[in-house]
Design a protein around this ligand. Structure first.
Ligand code: AKB
Length: 310
């Protein structure tokens, strides 16, 4: 029986990943951890422990106590928040990752952590960005993500830890809102459309970024972790995406369901600069070939589902 420890379990990805993992592997097989506790399904449907990922000793003792064989390390600050406090981002994002990898090494567990399209920078090819290419990000978040990818590969090569990861695009979900990211505008637009038939975007019209619907993201994590290790040429981390879109594309998709939806702009220069340093669209061929990545939702099916479920 699998025993999975998830950090950052109450965050945007964690809150859906934990519920899906519990459905697949059983409630008691998934230990959800987070720095805070809330009255929610993740806390009530299976084991939950408070864990600050900076506390290496507690991290290790929880892994021992629950006989953990897989760690899914999600706790991190997102791009805009990291840019507002780069020193804190380094401490949490890198300190937490080193601790998580050390626990994986000590307890001989499989390991997953997400990288991001933020691992690319302004001199990366912008369209159909290859799996292996220039990675010179200009944000602290990007520096953390590239360092994290290298560190995970190092733990695989040096210590034999079975580390795997994906470069996530902006993730769109109606369950838990993201916080402190650059791609958050896309999620906010659906809520704006449902609540007020209007949204003011902090990202400029014409700025393309990769996006994906959360059910596809959760499925991708499980599929990658279940993949035959011998098929993986790459490990940390695979390009994955389903949609390349700019604010007007979302507005048009929303207007199919809410015809009088109004989109206006009040651009935030900091998040706009981050967005402009990222690719317009990434190439996911390696993920498709090595472990069968195949997202189900495009912009229109995602928009229909989001607007129905919010
Ligand atoms: C962010 O905007 O920071 C994240 C990401 C793309 O990694 N959603």
């Amino acid at each position: 029986m699998k025993k999975i420890l998830v950090t950052g379990a109450l965050g945007q990805i964690g809150s859906e990943l934990v519920m899906k993992l519990r459905e697949v592997y059983g409630n008691d097989s998934v230990l959800a951890t987070d720095i805070r506790k809330e009255d929610c399904e993740v806390v009530h449907s299976g084991p939950f422990e408070i864990l600050d990922v900076q506390d290496a000793k507690r991290f290790s003792s929880l892994a021992r106590e629950y006989h953990i064989d897989t760690i899914m390390h999600l706790a991190a600050l997102l791009s805009a928040k990291a840019e507002a406090n780069p020193q804190l981002a380094w401490t949490i994002n890198m300190g937490g990752l080193v601790n998580a990898l050390e626990v994986a090494r000590e307890h001989n567990t499989q390991f997953f952590t997400p990288s991001s399209i933020g691992a690319f920078g302004p001199n990366t090819p912008k369209s159909r960005t290859p799996q292996d290419t220039i990675q010179r990000p200009t944000t602290m978040y990007g520096v953390n993500k590239v360092s994290g990818e290298l560190l995970c590969d190092y733990y695989y090569q040096k210590f034999g830890v079975d580390t795997r990861g994906v470069r996530f695009p902006g993730l769109i979900s109606y369950v838990t809102k993201p916080g402190g990211g650059t791609t958050d505008y896309a999620v906010e637009m659906y809520y704006g459309a449902k609540e007020n038939k209007a949204y003011t975007s902090y990202i400029k019209s014409g700025t393309y970024m990769d996006m994906m619907y959360m059910p596809d993201a959760i499925h991708a994590i499980i599929q990658l972790m279940e993949a035959d290790s011998s098929r993986l040429i790459h490990r940390n981390a695979f390009n994955v995406s389903a949609i390349s879109a700019e604010p007007e594309d979302f507005a048009q998709a929303i207007r199919k369901h809410i015809p009088d939806f109004q989109l206006s702009y009040d651009v935030d220069p900091i998040r706009q600069a981050i967005a402009e340093s990222w690719p317009n669209s990434i190439n996911c061929q390696a993920a498709k070939e090595e472990w069968g990545f195949q997202p189900k939702f495009d912009l229109h099916s995602m928009s229909e589902d989001m607007l129905e479920k919010i």
